[in-house]
Write a protein that binds this ligand. Sequence first.
Ligand SMILES: [Ca+2]
Ligand SMILES: [Ca+2]
Length: 168
Amino acid sequence: MLPECQPAVLEYKAATDIASALIVMQTGGPDPDKQGRLAYQNAKAESRVVPTIIFHGNEDLVVNVKNGHQVLSQWAQMNDYADDGFDNDSINEHVYKKIHGQVLNGYRYTRSIYSNTKGNAIMEKWIVEGMGMTGREVARKVHIQILRDQTLQKKWCALFGPFEPLIN
Ligand SMILES: [Ca+2]
Ligand SMILES: [Ca+2]
């Protein structure tokens, strides 16, 4: 059985209808700490630390890159709660490792990795320089590739546990 995936472009409950979603896409959403706490509270007994990966082009004119940063912050807070039940930054937005790279003849990117207190990578954020709306198409292709490739899935699970990436 393929693991569940959870694609999203905005924070948890950042918008409640199309009109508010369009505004949030341009301006960013509510306080990520608040939304992370709400996500944790609503998950209740099913709450758990969710490995998260975010892709966003910094020139996305449809969904402002601010949303990508906020989604990371929201999941950091939700995972902080899910980790031990407390908002004590046991998982947080402190960048454990930052990698600047460039695809051959392609986009440059910054890959930020976030860990728990044991040094295990929990979340990643990829900001692709100069990429616009098509960034999400690339992310979807990466996501689909991982879903289809069991070897990639095993690598992912070895790094992050159960495969449940968040695509932004
Ligand atoms: Ca915590
Ligand atoms: Ca926190």
